[in-house]
Ligand binder design. Structure first.
Ligand code: IVH
Length: 704
């Protein structure tokens, strides 16, 4: 083979591997093998500069654009979409177009994700990527060819072919968008993909959520400006004058439309949306794997609605789904209203991010004394819920994002996640915003706050802090700890505000008369509560250790300590070295335990507990819960009440041994962990033949 032929072969192979990696997400060679091809290719280009053409993979990061982008007139208007908010709107759209043309009644519909990115227009001449533009005003866009060339998922040459590799395997469709019926009934191998002389297509450039997070972390570490969300960063990245910067950003693309087609041989473009997607895919373009075609609107709507809940599965942001008439000729004939084609509609999902004003930053004191900043917001609706508060994570987060009081902030509320402040809209600042200084003292008790090595949080370490007392009691009585039923938050607050309880030990000296004086207490309620409190004295040692709420000591660590020391006196006398000798205990936890027992307030508490008869010795279960990987690769579902571990505790236990806990039983579930009064999960596990364990058997499995 002469060197030029070798050069051409390498070019084709490199393009193919870029396609496997960036479009299919399924590389067939290692990075090292790729580097070898690349080095050989670059050496040939260095020796023969006249061979280098714009579609060479080496030309992805080109020259800096002087000061602004050139204008490009689009060959056809780049249209927008009318919105539908819900199924009723989508049906109204259907009715409107059915009245115009009754062929709509027989129509099929293709549904695709509506990607929250930037519309771009790609020109191919003779199968080579020649120009790329932004949407602009729909008539004229900006020439961002050099930047688009850096997007590895955009083929510089179509079709992407395989060189020595088999292409056909790459073209097996994972979706039902797989039939190229417009090409007629030809065999797979003989199927010639028509590529017109001039082809202009449209797609959406965006950044996958994971890549966005990694990129922002990288930018923050380099001390550079971070972006608020993937869309802003995709926009910012595409508009860089230096393509080298764009090249460093993880942009990708999905394409969905043929805008323009010009072919000397008179061949026609695909006339159905499903076929367009199949054809684009076969040429090597990335198309959405979530696109589906349906026989009627009801099915299309049903499919669309499933994605509202599933949107996070896509790995990129969408703001809805697009429902398109599959018959593109019919869609074309229906025309448009303003800039919106009648043949498609954007079925919008509720926004998950909104901007509002940050009125104040409030600080809450948690059970363990951790101080958490919380945003007080101007009330705003997000996805049907009015949001007034949002988490700011921690004080470092506020500083890193430079969040100021009075800022317009972007707030996100997605699914079950607690609303959080993403960051400030810096461009909306008036100058009146105020930088935030974290408190030096606990807002509830005024004692100085402390910082633990290796943690971002600040703590109030005053055991008598009133804000902590409520949470301390809540924790003490909770199921995974002393499990005192009938002691809900309301009663806890009542007991504290009546001055009856100043620490958890005071629970044990409560009298019937005292309780009867409280609002809402009659004989029975008072007796039941006293009985439940008395009953808690028989809880095993590990439960009491958990209940003390020592920083860094959850149910699993508490069980280890109970097993190791056997009694509280021994634990109280432990040195850091004694504690660090236990597997799974590092210096931070050891220091935290020693610190807890050294505090006079806590020593006083222990004395009171002992006097009250709350002084158990080692737990009834042999605990072998040091960190291990005995449960690695296994998935557990828990149902019913276990003898010693709470719901959180069993999760912690399983995870600390490398296992995973999920909510619902499936064929993939390794074991069902069964307690008393199980739910329907037990029936399901039996039906699917999932093996069942009790707590003792789970502990045994973890110890193996
Ligand atoms: S079709 C005639 N399909 O949404 C074709 N648009 O709100 C009209 N978009 O301007 C567009 N994903 O930038 C279409 N799968 C998709 C899309 C999509 C995102 C964007 C596009 C459009 C905007 C309209």
């Amino acid at each position: 083979m002469d060197t030029f032929a070798r050069y051409q072969q390498l070019k084709q192979e490199i393009n193919f591997h870029l396609y496997r990696y960036h479009v299919l997400d399924a590389p067939v060679i290692s990075d090292a093998e790729y580097d070898k091809l690349w080095n050989e290719f670059k050496a040939l280009e260095a020796a023969h500069p006249n061979w280098v053409t714009p579609d060479s993979p080496s030309q992805r990061a080109g020259a800096v654009v002087s000061d602004k982008f050139e204008k490009v007139r689009h060959p056809r208007p780049i249209l927008s979409l009318a919105n539908a908010f819900g199924a009723a709107d989508a049906r109204a759209w259907y009715e409107r177009i059915r009245k115009i043309d009754d062929r709509v009644e027989q129509a099929k519909f293709t549904v695709e994700p509506k990607i929250d990115g930037l519309s771009v227009v790609l020109h191919y001449r003779g199968g080579v990527f020649a120009q790329g533009a932004t949407r602009g005003d729909g008539e004229i866009g900006e020439d961002i060819t050099a930047n688009l060339r850096t997007v590895r998922a955009i083929p510089l040459q179509i079709p992407v072919s395989s060189g020595q590799y088999s292409v056909s395997s790459t073209q097996k469709s994972e979706t039902n968008i797989g039939q190229l019926s417009f090409l007629g009934n030809v065999s797979e191998e003989n199927r010639q993909l028509p590529i017109p002389k001039t082809l202009v297509i449209r797609g959406e450039v965006f950044i996958n959520n994971k890549d966005f997070e990694a990129m922002n972390t990288r930018l923050a570490e380099a001390g550079e400006k971070t972006y608020l969300n993937p869309r802003n960063s995709a926009a910012g990245s595409l508009r860089q004058l230096d393509p080298a910067i764009t090249a460093s950003r993880p942009l990708t693309i999905l394409v969905y439309q043929v805008v323009y087609w010009e072919d000397e041989a008179g061949r026609q473009p695909p006339m159905a949306q499903s076929e367009t997607l199949a054809w684009l895919k076969a040429l090597g373009f990335p198309v959405s794997a979530a696109a589906r075609t349906f026989d009627n609107l009801d099915e299309a709507i049903a499919y669309t609605e499933t994605w509202d809940k599933r949107r996070d599965e896509l790995g990129y942001e969408i703001d809805g789904m697009v429902i398109k008439l599959d018959d593109l000729r019919l869609a074309d004939e229906l025309g448009f209203v303003g800039k919106d084609p009648r043949g498609a509609v954007a079925f919008k999902f509720p926004a998950r991010e909104v901007t509002t004003t940050l009125l104040n930053i409030e600080v809450e004191v948690g059970r363990t004394g951790v101080l958490t900043p919380r945003a007080a917001l101007e009330a705003v609706e997000i996805g049907g819920v009015v949001v007034r508060n949002a988490t700011l994570h921690n004080f470092d987060y506020i500083a890193e994002k430079d969040i100021r009081i009075g800022d317009r902030v972007l707030v996100k509320r997605a699914g079950e996640v607690i609303p959080y402040v993403i960051g400030p809209v810096v461009d909306a600042r008036s100058g009146a915003e105020m930088a935030y200084i974290p408190p030096q003292a606990c807002p509830a008790c005024g004692q100085p706050v402390e910082h633990f090595e290796g943690e971002v949080a600040w703590y109030c370490v005053n055991a008598a802090c009133p804000a902590q007392l409520v949470r301390n009691l809540e924790h003490y009585v909770s199921r995974g700890a002393m499990d005192i039923s009938g002691l809900g938050v309301k009663i806890v607050e009542q007991l504290i505000s009546a001055g009856l309880v100043r620490d958890v030990a005071d629970l044990y000296t409560l009298t019937r008369e005292q309780l009867l004086n409280l609002e809402g207490f009659a004989d029975k309620k008072a007796d039941n509560l006293l009985a439940a409190i008395a009953d808690s004295k028989s809880r095993p040692l590990n439960r009491l250790i958990t209940a003390l709420g020592i920083h860094g000591v959850g149910e699993v660590a508490a069980a280890d300590l109970a097993k190791h020391f056997g009694a509280l006196d021994a634990l109280a006398a432990a040195t850091p070295a004694d504690l660090e000798a236990i597997e799974g205990f590092g210096p931070n936890t050891a220091a935290s335990i020693v610190d807890w027992f050294a505090r006079p307030a806590n020593q006083n508490l222990l004395a009171k507990l002992k006097a009250a008869g709350v002084w158990p010795v080692a737990s009834q279960y042999p605990v072998t819960s040091n960190q291990s990987a005995a449960l690695a690769g296994m998935t557990f579902v828990v149902t019913g009440t276990l003898p010693t571990l709470s719901r959180e505790g069993v999760k912690e236990f399983i995870e600390s041994h490398g296992g995973k806990v999920t909510d619902s039983v499936s064929k993939k579930t390794s074991y069902l962990v069964l307690g008393e009064n199980p739910g329907s999960k037990h029936d399901k596990a039996l039906a699917l033949g999932v093996p069942v364990l009790d707590e003792a058997a789970l502990r045994k499995l973890a110890a193996e």
